[in-house]
Design a protein around this ligand. Sequence first.
Ligand SMILES: Cc1cc2nc3c(=O)[nH]c(=O)nc-3n(C[C@H](O)[C@H](O)[C@H](O)COP(=O)(O)OP(=O)(O)OC[C@H]3O[C@@H](n4cnc5c(N)ncnc54)[C@H](O)[C@@H]3O)c2cc1C
Length: 801
Amino acid sequence: MKSQARVVVIGGGIAGCSTLYHLTQEGWSDVVLVERDELTSGTTWHSAAQVTNFGMSQVMIGLKSHSIKLYKELAADPEYPVGYNFGDGGIRLANTQAHMDGYAHFTSLAKGMGVEFEVLDAQECARRHPLISTENLMGGLWDPSDGHIDPAQLCQALARRARAAGAEVYRFTSVTDLTQHADDSWTVHTDKGDIRAEIVVNACGYRVNEVGAMMGVEHPVASMEHQYFITEDMPGVMEAGHRIPLLRCPISDYYSRQEKNGLLVGFYEQECKTWGMDGIDPKFSNDLCPDDLDRVMDVLEGAIARMPALAEVGMKQVVNGPITYTIDGTPLVGPIPGKRNAFCIIGLRAGLGEGGGHGWLLAQQIVHGEACYDTWALDPRRFTGHATQELTSLYAIQDYQNEFRFHLPHEHRPAGRPAKTTPLTPILEQAGAHFTVVNGWERSDYFKPTPDFVEDYGYSYTKVHELVAAEVARVQNHVALAEVNGFNRIEITGPGARDWLDYMICSRVPRKIGKVGLGYLLNDYGNVKAEATIANLPDGRIWYGSAAAAEFHDMDWLSKHLPKDGSVTLRSLTNDHTILVLAGPKSRAVLSACARGDWSAAGFPWLSVREARIGHAPAIVMSVSFSGELAYEIHLPNSALFAAYSALMRAGAAHDIGHFGARAVDSMRMEKGYLHWKSDLITEFDPYETGLDRFVCRDKDFLGKAALMARGDKKRRQLRMLEIDATHASPQPSDSLYAGGRLIGSVTSADWGYRTGKNIAYAFMQPDIVEGITVDIIGKPYAARLLNGPVYDPDNSRVKS
Ligand SMILES: Cc1cc2nc3c(=O)[nH]c(=O)nc-3n(C[C@H](O)[C@H](O)[C@H](O)COP(=O)(O)OP(=O)(O)OC[C@H]3O[C@@H](n4cnc5c(N)ncnc54)[C@H](O)[C@@H]3O)c2cc1C
């Protein structure tokens, strides 16, 4: 066994084997894989191993397409052909209009990645799948590439190719501990000796947290027991004349595929069980959990109702094994939060279908720092301190129970809530707040007219449309208050703070104390990495503020680039502070009534910051506005939040103050042309392509400048603002755009603009297209026109008033 390697991958299931293979593909051959038993002895060996192209984000579709392309190549390898039934086709069923609308959206989203799905009616479903009835069926979504693969052969083939490229695989070798050194390298302790490694990768499946604990990390991954059975031969299968398509059913929570001359049917029962929460027997390897078919009776009945032939056939095998879930159901593939030179590829619940793609994206991140797609949807740093295993298990149960019932737009299910709250949460709830969840925080989304109001989630505008319109009108004409909790806030101090931060952003740190500005951070490739509000405060303090979800991501990026001489210090204030946004033309009057000082346009102009007291509560007030109205961001320590809120509400009573929520904010920011991190600001495009030209200071040095300048004027895509001729619904993120019958781009954000009466979308598009544009909304094309910048108060006269 080697005593030194550039990368040690721990775990020899699909995740580890795919990572090892792709590292060699990226040109790194000094890489090893360590597996405590035989390859595939965790979950992989007993997987149903279905391989679909279906995904609910473009990155998932892209990585699944990579899996399929790779698996086809491996199946065609004459030296070691892998058993792969590609192209049996698969149907996802639906019996509600909302679900059918979702399928229309996913079809449009997939087109942007070059993948074709088809929305079918019930009769066509039955024509393609000879065993199903159309009872209580509206239709389905067809994936022509659906199929399944031999999981053990797949992993052996990947390991074989990796070995041929120089990698080494050590089987029957357990990692027992991990030690990190001052230079960020690792010693991987195994029962066969130590390996010194530059980088380690946790690919340990359901044992993820055993290895996580060795580096002091709790990963938000929990395992569920999951069962399928395989039937005896079925006449309907043998007589079909073609392979039976795969089936996934959100009505009764099961899936099926052909297995030899019978079917394999798997279940997501309501009475489901977590697994391994209190530790896993070290001897559990190549092993299964005890069968428990009684548990799946509820969903088995549904499967039989859909496929009556199942009632006529015996079972020949039952498989019950552990399957991992993360806190949002999507795997964690990327850098481990708070650690250097440590990555993970964990929480794979459809690891055979996705594993080829996940290993590809992880290897790119390890070798190049970024992947070909913005991988935020997979990034382990998207969760923060609240993401314990206990909380994850609650989400895992809920996700398992709703396996094929995707969230509808704006829907957040109840498990594990509330996780993060502020002293105002119960007060806002009393005021009627309907909460959404942002990085675990309960954030007011909109305010309900009556306590029993229930939202009708769907892809078209719902009755919440009118409520948001009223909140926007109040902000536009009077004054209203919104709580923004969990906003990421880092205090940057030290003698080198200003110059260092100025290098980290392509714009400038405000020079004068008391000024606020926007900063854009680029990566080494000159693409957009992060966005921050930067406030220059007295006493050498700089406040760096960014999206709530960016808490771990931005801290990681900033601390990685800190000067080694200790001249800059970072301190997170995220969990100690909350923002109250006071917005509307009467906001100055309200603020002046409860805070001493000159708040006039001359005394405290737009983009100013100062310390103040709201009543007696200490605050930092910034005159910035995401709504486009005169507004103040009031930053408060949580201990003073209620006091400040009470003072503002009392002062606001004379001006008919009300509340507004995140949906009103989103609508207003769209009218102003303001962007959202990880919707419109992604690592695939640079600031020019993102329309941030005015924030690029070419006359100074900054991180990513060389790559940005080297790229020249050639634009891959351009972020555009569009007005759409539709009044019933907005497009969803990733819906496709066309011109002249050609695909020209994808939507990043969209919303109705209540102040302008416009249906607005942002989209990354081919830069040369200016007319003849259509945008998909729920599967139908609608005409769209390019807009030249903000449609509401383009001169900013209202924010400056
Ligand atoms: C019943 C069932 C059906 C499924 N059906 C499908 C399906 O149809 N399609 C699909 O895509 N997915 C399916 N899945 C999920 C899929 O099988 C998993 O997502 C995938 O196998 C996970 O692979 P992995 O490499 O992450 O984990 P594993 O396969 O568990 O591999 C982890 C490896 O790490 C090793 N390891 C752990 N600790 C150490 C250590 N300390 N030192 C060294 N090695 C260590 C283990 O021995 C193991 O081999 C199914 C799962 C189940 C349970």
